[in-house]
Design a protein around this ligand. Sequence first.
Ligand SMILES: Nc1ncnc2c1ncn2[C@@H]1O[C@H](COP(=O)(O)OP(=O)(O)O)[C@@H](O)[C@H]1O
Ligand SMILES: [Mg+2]
Length: 349
Amino acid sequence: MAKNPANGDVLRPETAVAEDLGEASLRPQFLREFIGHEAMKRNLSVFISAAKERRESLDHLFLTGPPGLGKTTLAQVVSNELGVEFKETSAPALDKPKDIIGILTTLSANSVFFIDEIHRLKPAIEEMLYIAMEDRELDWVIGQGPSARTMRIQLKPFTLIGATTKAGMVAAPLISRFGITCRFSFYEKDAMETIVNRSAAILQTKVDKAAASLIASSARGTPRVANRLLKRMRDFAQVENAGVISEAIVRKGLKQLEIDELGLEKFDREILRLIIERYGGGPVGAETLAISLGESVDTLEDFYEPFLIQSGLLQRTPRGRMVTMAAYEHLHLKMGHGNTGLENTGLLF
Ligand SMILES: Nc1ncnc2c1ncn2[C@@H]1O[C@H](COP(=O)(O)OP(=O)(O)O)[C@@H](O)[C@H]1O
Ligand SMILES: [Mg+2]
């Protein structure tokens, strides 16, 4: 199903579009600038102070949650708060053991090593990481066959920060080696509003109170989406309202981007509509659904589903995905619209 090319990237926080690369200015640098997740911040702040006082490395930190909620940001914030070096990579970039050996052996004492998408580590690398995390050692096999020998390398203390959108796909032995876990959930409305206002101030853009509130509630509880929406609204305001983002501008802009009052974009509604019209409301398996939508299972599961579930429109059941009554209401569809659902159960001949 084709996505609208004009707005396809606005709401998809898993894709780093080119303009995000230049938005380092919007990224909080320290805990005090990191908005929301108060309990998480309080705990981290204690652990960070304690580690600094002891002049030790912070315990390894595991970050999970949907894309765009601040995992990468928090990893950098933690290293800034610790006042240590920050090195980052992504699991798919670690192809051979030498890739990770190269990084681990050059880390300075107590520094932060951030691995994004940690559920995608290769088994050989994951096993090296176990020993590195636990014993600060690396076993490096040199040569092959009978002449092969193992060299043990001692590492400086470091903090591994692993981030993933799929905690369920991370092996238990790896998870158990992280001392601290932070689970990111969608942001509350108040926090979202603060983020919009903070970003508007950094971008030196004027945004009315009602406009900020509307952007905040249309950004699916996701800071990255809020920043993108704000930038689009700034464009509309520049062309139509002398640069001031008013409520009217946001209403018009959201309509043009096909984002509704729940913050759903066209593709979210297509997912719900497809389940209703073709699968009688569900249950339908994720793979089948992804194929019907022409989207990858990963994108469907990591990005679209969490927000639909959080909004009470979709349910994950052991037999597959099902829409809720609220979904019918939101789309103004009646129960029994499309298939009855019985086709999939074998009850209908
Ligand atoms: N707690 C927060 N407060 C303010 N801005 C945030 C916060 N979390 C994330 N952001 C903004 O959202 C953007 C996306 O966050 P990021 O850390 O890249 O998400 P993730 O790594 O979870 O996909 C960041 O560039 C930052 O500007
Ligand atoms: Mg990230």
